[in-house]
Design a protein around this ligand. Structure first.
Ligand SMILES: [Mg+2]
Length: 115
């Protein structure tokens, strides 16, 4: 990678992190406003609720006439819950996402697994 594309890459990552963090903060502020953080939340419960949104996406897919937009809506719920959790517990998910994408770029096909 030449210097120019490295600079562009760094700028794009910076913009992504800015947007991610700003959006996550807004998501969390809304959850606080709606009373979800009136008491310190249990992390196991939060993770279970994230999982429940994944299950809702699966249930939509299981319908004979599954609607793509409804699946997308459940996936959005997953992201919203992850963002809320990350801000509430100060996990830097935006940076972890970029780091993980870079790591995955260099992993073998199927990350060395059968599927
Ligand atoms: Mg949902």
């Amino acid at each position: 990678m030449n210097n120019e594309s490295k600079v562009e890459d760094d700028m794009m990552m910076h913009q992504f992190l800015s947007s991610w963090n700003e959006t996550a903060k807004e998501v969390h502020q809304n959850a606080v406003k709606k009373g979800f953080w009136d008491a310190k939340r249990n992390q196991g419960e939060i993770l279970a609720l994230i999982h429940s949104e994944v299950s809702e996406a699966l249930e939509e897919l299981r319908k004979p006439q599954a609607e793509g937009q409804k699946v997308a809506e459940e996936l959005a719920d997953v992201v919203i819950r992850v963002m809320d959790y990350a801000v509430g517990y100060q996990y830097d998910v935006g940076k972890a996402l970029l780091d993980k994408m870079e790591k995955n770029r260099w992993r073998p096909p199927k990350h060395g697994k059968a599927f």
